[in-house]
Design a protein around this ligand. Structure first.
Ligand code: UD1
Ligand code: UDP
Length: 339
């Protein structure tokens, strides 16, 4: 079987590392990897291929940046050309980025079956570009690999059910288990005036936060109140917005460039708590036994909120400051190391 995988953004590289490793062990599957180029900085792309031993992409389309329509349209056009040349049996896409949608639409219009890993997740907020990408990808897919029972229920309520929908669990959990013993302390950590297990690990990159000046300012003002130091590996979009919105990071914030996954896992395993608007990082906080406050108004990973391991604080200054002081959830988290 020829499997053509479309990836393009940071979390997809981490998911693909796990699946591509499994695929490489099979003689009956030949994988062709297409990198759309959605993420292109070395620390947003190359680092993951190198340290997670992801096979070098067979095609690199070099299409990143620009508006949603432009990026998705250009990616679709180029993916279509690759599909016509390669004639794969299945196209595999992950998650909910523009690269996911471009891969799914290009394939389904050529009547090539689409397999979607992380099917069925919903935030029920259609203003999020990711929500549109997920819904359309699920409805274009032939095989839907759902990570949770909630995802299965969401699909069912949209009329998608049957043997082609399967609950397979979360590939990011596989990644967390596989790479936890390979985690690496960042070289700059010792130079910072912070101690292990005493700092807040924060990530911010969602458009709804970075592109809304009020939300953006409230989040940074809330984080500035933290008694603990904050380590903030900053997505390039967020770094640009700090400048655009004229926000000066406070003295308790240590802003660093995005880190590779192995360093990220170390930071997650050695922080006191996590504050994030990332989908993946919310779950990894739980996998590594750390409480999480999520800087969003809703989440697709509702299970962690239900058990109290994760608290949604949106961009509310009061909630952020109070939970940074007295985090909830540490007892609700299940420590990976106990396994
Ligand atoms: C994208 C996904 C989001 C995912 C995130 C993972 C969509 C709609 N969004 O958001 O679901 O959570 O990736 O990180 O697909 N940039 C750089 N260098 C890079 C990458 C991006 O400078 O290597 C800058 C560019 O100015 C770019 C901006 O960041 O325009 C936003 O990048 P984009 O890929 O559009 O969205 P993300 O916020 O990364
Ligand atoms: N991540 C990383 N380095 C960073 C920030 C995040 O390796 O500097 C990893 C993180 O551990 C998780 C994934 O990237 O596995 C999450 O990606 P991101 O937050 O960009 O996207 P989302 O999950 O929100 O779609």
């Amino acid at each position: 079987m020829k499997l053509l995988t479309v990836i393009g953004a940071r979390p997809q590289f981490i998911k693909a590392a796990t699946v591509s490793r499994a695929v490489a062990g099979r003689d009956d599957v030949n994988e062709v990897i297409v990198h759309t180029g959605q993420h292109y900085d070395a620390n947003m792309s190359d680092v993951f291929f190198e340290e997670l031993s992801i096979p070098k992409p067979n095609y690199h389309l070099g299409i990143g940046g620009g508006s949603h329509g432009k990026m998705t349209g250009r990616q679709m056009e180029e993916i279509e050309s690759v599909l016509l040349k390669e004639s794969p049996d299945v196209v595999l896409v992950y998650g909910d980025t523009n690269s996911t949608l471009a891969g799914a639409l290009a394939a389904v219009k050529l009547h090539i079956p689409v397999a979607h890993v992380e099917a069925g997740l919903r935030s029920f907020n259609k203003k999020m570009p990711e929500e549109i990408n997920r819904i359309l990808t699920d409805h274009a897919s032939t095989s839907l690999f759902a990570p949770t029972q909630t995802a299965i229920k969401n699909l069912s309520s949209e009329g998608i059910c049957g043997d082609h929908v399967q609950m397979v669990g979360d590939v990011m959990y596989d990644a967390a288990l596989f790479y936890r013993d390979r985690a690496r302390k960042p070289s700059w950590f010792e130079e910072l005036p912070i101690s292990e297990n005493e700092f807040v690990l924060a990530t911010i990159h969602r458009a709804e936060n970075t592109d809304n000046p009020q939300r953006f300012a409230a989040i940074f003002a809330g984080l500035a109140q933290s008694e603990k130091s904050i380590v903030l590996p900053l997505h390039p979009r967020t770094r640009a917005r700090l400048k655009d919105h004229g926000i000066q990071p406070s003295d308790n914030m240590h802003i660093v460039d995005p880190v590779g996954y192995l360093e990220m896992v170390w930071l997650e395993a050695h922080c006191a708590l996590v504050a994030t608007d990332s989908g993946g990082v919310q779950k990894e906080a739980y996998f590594h036994g750390k409480p999480c406050i999520t800087l969003r108004d809703e989440t697709e990973w509702v299970e962690l909120v239900e058990i109290g391991a994760n608290v949604l604080v949106g961009a509310q200054f009061d909630a952020i400051t109070s939970l940074l002081k007295n985090p909830r959830g540490s007892r609700a988290t299940e420590n990976l190391r106990r396994r």
